[in-house]
Write a protein that binds this ligand. Structure first.
Ligand SMILES: [Cu+2]
Length: 464
């Protein structure tokens, strides 16, 4: 079923409704609870296909949703029952560095049959996610991820609070098994590993029954290895309330589509405006054509008028923009890839021609260096303000994710954008971000197109 942009925009508004308690909310974190990474089989593709073997936390995909109150602790014992070493990264959380889960930087990967005790405080309310951070290009693609929701002390007035994790999978069209080639030269050198099967929460034909005029909080997470989701509403009207977990200063009416790069999140408040008997949709727009990402059949009438437009979510503390005039300047030049201009770069301390890099299945460089270095991109003093210029001198988009700290983009007119932890840059663009180095530790800064990260696009900053 497809919908044109015109259909998306045609659907009108109207009046309000009662509440259904969120019934599926999982318990608060409790100490000693296992989070087991293991193999499992589940029905991912349509019912006439075989089950798909996946790797999932507690054997599910997405893994268990973890909900805590703002300021609450998350404690889990990561138990590795996989045939590979693994680790868990808590994407977007201003976390203590030792719990950031980056194998090779903040901890050793957890070996098969071993375990690792996770224990951290979640200081900021918002929508986050957790995912494997060892051999991520394979482990995330196999299903090792889940949502982390940190609840405001007093959340907005909604009827339902739903996490929608968007992903694509590269499946064998005959067997529905995940394509096991995670080193594909083409994926690495082009746009990354893009799947041929797209779903929400790992469910084919994802659907939630709603009532007219219900208000839903939709927490959207892009868990895909490389796909950029362009999203619109049909039969729903709403606002973007937060990006990458952090509230916007003012709700932004969602009249146009929004883009979510890999790793990015958006919190929406949406009102069901479709009539009883109709179906509302979260629409994925692909080359100007709309496809159903999630369906919301309107199974009952409203019992009242629509709510008023929402107030902004309460801001998280200690997020004041840094003083630009005092900021240290750092530059990140991104080069390489197919149709790029990279002639040569350093790999393992030696200058290599692009041809040699191709032979090594490495395609991308930051400041002419491929992959992780012994020295950080920037060695920052605690609370030092930084403005970081990102030059995308390639032919592809890259979603640059900074661990441990959120940043703001500096617009061309000098104004600051919303807080984010992942910025989507397109080929040929130069973007500048600013942040205060307020979280001590070694923080990865990498492309969240995971094939790109695996073939050169990783660096790090140190805050002491
Ligand atoms: Cu990239």
């Amino acid at each position: 079923m497809t919908y044109s942009r015109r259909d998306i925009l045609k659907i009108g508004a109207a009046a309000g409704l009662a509440s259904a308690a969120p019934s599926h909310l999982l318990a608060q974190s409790s100490s000693g609870v296992a989070l087991t990474a293991r193999e499992a089989s589940l029905q991912l593709a349509p019912p006439d296909y075989p089950q798909t073997s996946i790797w999932g936390f507690d054997g599910s995909m997405p893994g268990p949703m973890i909900r805590v109150r703002q300021g609450g602790r998350v404690t889990r014992r990561l138990v590795n029952e996989l045939p590979q070493a693994t680790s868990v990264h808590w994407h977007g959380v201003r976390i203590v560095n030792a719990m950031d889960g980056v194998a090779g930087l903040t901890q050793e990967a957890v070996a098969p049959a071993a375990s690792f005790d996770i224990d951290f405080v979640a200081p900021d309310a918002g929508t986050y996610w957790y995912h494997a951070h060892n051999r991520s290009v394979e482990q995330v693609a196999r299903g090792l991820y889940g949502a982390l929701v940190v609840e405001e002390p007093e959340g907005p007035d909604v009827d339902r609070d739903e996490v929608l994790i968007l992903d694509d999978w590269l499946l064998n069209p005959e067997t529905a098994q995940i394509d096991p080639d995670f080193t594909s030269r083409h994926d690495r050198s082009h746009a990354g590993r893009v799947g041929n099967f797209i779903a929400t929460n790992g469910q084919y034909g994802h659907s939630l029954d709603v009532r007219r005029h219900e208000r839903l909080r939709l927490r959207l997470v892009n868990a895909a290895n490389a796909r950029i989701f362009e999203l619109a509403l049909a039969g729903l009207e709403g606002w973007v309330m937060a990006l990458d977990g952090m509230p916007l200063d003012a709700p932004q009416p969602m009249s146009e589509t929004i883009l979510l790069g890999p790793g990015q999140r958006a919190d929406l408040l949406v009102d069901v405006v479709a009539e009883q008997g109709e179906t509302a949709y979260l629409v994925r727009v692909d080359n100007g054509e709309g496809f159903v990402q999630s369906a919301f059949p309107v199974i009952a009438a409203s019992s009242g008028a629509r709510r008023d437009a929402p107030e902004a979510l309460p801001p998280n503390a200690n997020m004041a923009p840094p003083d630009l005039s005092q900021a240290r300047r750092v530059r990140l030049h991104m080069g390489g890839g197919a149709m790029g201009r990279l002639q040569s770069a350093q790999l393992n301390g030696e200058r290599r021609t692009f041809r040699q890099l191709v032979d090594a299945n490495q395609f991308w460089a930051f400041n002419d260096v491929v992959g992780m270095t012994d020295d950080p991109l920037a060695d920052l003093a605690l609370d030092e303000p930084v403005r970081l210029e990102i030059v995308n001198d390639t032919s592809f988009p890259h979603a640059m994710h900074l661990h441990g700290m959120h940043f703001r983009e500096i617009a061309a007119d000098g104004t600051l954008g919303p807080l984010r932890d992942t910025v989507l840059t397109f080929g040929g663009e130069t973007r500048e971000i600013v942040f205060s180095a307020h979280n001590p530790g070694d923080w990865l800064f990498h492309c969240h197109m995971l094939s790109h990260a695996a073939s050169g696009m990783m660096t790090w900053v140190r805050v002491t």
